[in-house]
Design a protein around this ligand. Structure first.
Ligand code: S3P
Length: 176
């Protein structure tokens, strides 16, 4: 019975700061490993038929955080194997990092702030936090958050690596 349970609990969860490549990598890995991909942001957008920015504007951030928690609960209750990409703030709120560590194997995609900031500026306009805070403030948020991300089961150093290199590296750790 215990082994059965462990088998059913196979979930891989990607965490990390905004624009660290969580969604793209989860997509690549889901194809490589032929498993379901669930992206918490995309799932919330689908449910409300609104972009994340519009949800923040219309209902506020705490409403959005509540939706993240609801989705985590659903993932927890699901028996499906899946690869999950979270929002950059998902692990930070409601003690979610601890929950994620119980739900599955968590992987922190680690990159430098400068690199992430450059990526953020490249897709300007798609993230509310990027609009709310300046570089200095985002750097502070980054420093606070990395402490929480670091409690993931596995940390992948993504610096100076291509998405395909990183997906290969993660792939070696996953056996479904
Ligand atoms: C957020 C990150 C975003 C999205 C929302 C809030 C955050 O996800 O969930 O804009 O608090 O860091 P990405 O990490 O995919 O950008």
């Amino acid at each position: 019975l215990i082994w059965h349970k462990i088998y059913l609990m196979k979930k891989i969860i990607l965490v990390g700061f905004m624009s660290s490549g969580k969604t793209s990598l989860a997509r690549i890995l889901s194809i490589k490993k032929n498993i379901i991909h669930m992206d918490t942001d995309l799932e919330i957008e689908k449910r409300f038929n609104l972009k994340i920015g519009e949800i923040f504007d219309k209902y506020g951030e705490s409403f959005f955080r509540k939706q993240e928690s609801i989705i985590l609960k659903e993932i927890e209750n699901s028996n499906l194997n899946m690869i999950i990409s979270t929002g950059g703030g998902t692990p930070i709120h409601s003690l979610n990092m601890q929950k994620l560590n119980k739900i599955g194997k968590t992987i922190y995609l680690e990159s430098s702030f400068e690199f992430l900031y450059k990526n953020l500026k490249r897709d300007k306009g798609s993230r509310p936090l990027d609009e709310m805070f300046n570089k200095k403030e985002l750097n502070k948020i980054y420093n606070e958050r990395i402490k929480i991300y670091s409690s993931a089961h596995l940390k992948i150093n993504c610096r100076k690596k291509s998405l395909s290199d990183i997906s290969e590296e993660i792939s070696n750790f996953i056996s479904f």
